[in-house]
Write a protein that binds this ligand. Structure first.
Ligand SMILES: [Cu+2]
Length: 215
């Protein structure tokens, strides 16, 4: 089995390798949303045709950029039974584990960090999308009142600088409404997300950002 490819293929490819951060306490999501669960290590997960977005056209796309403005991969989003499937293929990252979230504002410009007041890359994207008003960072897949709906699984980046995650988020939508992610931002961080510490899981600097736009 291929051990170092981090590419997530197009959704019509039903065999997809996914990984979660080593050692993370990952819990499967319930029912149909289990297609978004991550499999530790080198495990193949068969995305059943009836459960995947394989027949769907992408509803939204994200062009990821570095703070210097260089292209750094992309993400596509699909509507899946009232939930949102997010497929990210990022490039140009340092090998290791990187936090990954939906941030509130679809603006990838420098701005002061809310906690420190220091101007940081992509600071204008604001904090994690939190339509449930939890004001708490945590494990992806909890309820939106337990922690940010925008909390997503870490990317694991290999020596080639690529990292990929496919994840179904049950608490956000692409369609208009209070949970909609359209016009918000995806952000990849420099460090691992511990899925616990407020406000961003100790995931460090923002290294990639892209605005979620209609496909
Ligand atoms: Cu973030």
């Amino acid at each position: 089995m291929k051990t170092n490819s981090s590419r997530v293929d197009a959704p019509d490819n039903l065999g997809v390798t996914l990984r979660a951060a080593a050692g993370s306490a990952w819990r499967p999501l319930a029912g149909a949303m289990a297609i978004g669960q991550l499999v530790s290590g080198c495990s193949m997960m068969n995305l059943g045709a009836t459960n995947s977005a394989s027949a769907a056209e992408p509803a939204a796309r994200v062009q990821l950029m570095t703070a210097a403005g260089a292209p750094a991969g992309e993400a596509t989003l699909y509507s899946v039974k009232g939930a949102t499937e997010i497929v990210i293929n990022a490039t140009g990252l340092k090998p290791g584990v990187h936090g990954f979230h939906i941030h509130t504002n679809g603006v990838c410009a420098p701005a002061p960090d809310a906690a420190t007041g220091q101007t940081v890359a992509f600071g204008a994207a604001g904090g994690h999308f939190d339509p449930g008003g939890s004001a708490k960072h945590g494990q992806p897949g909890e309820s939106p009142t337990h922690n940010h709906a925008g909390d997503l699984p870490n990317l694991v980046v290999e020596a080639d600088g690529r990292g990929a995650v496919r994840y179904v988020n049950s608490y956000v939508t692409i369609a208009a409404g209070p949970q909609s992610v359209m016009g918000r931002a995806l952000v990849v961080h420099a460090d691992p997300d511990d899925y616990m510490t407020n406000p961003a899981g100790m995931s460090g600097a923002r290294v990639l950002c892209g605005v979620i736009k209609p496909a």
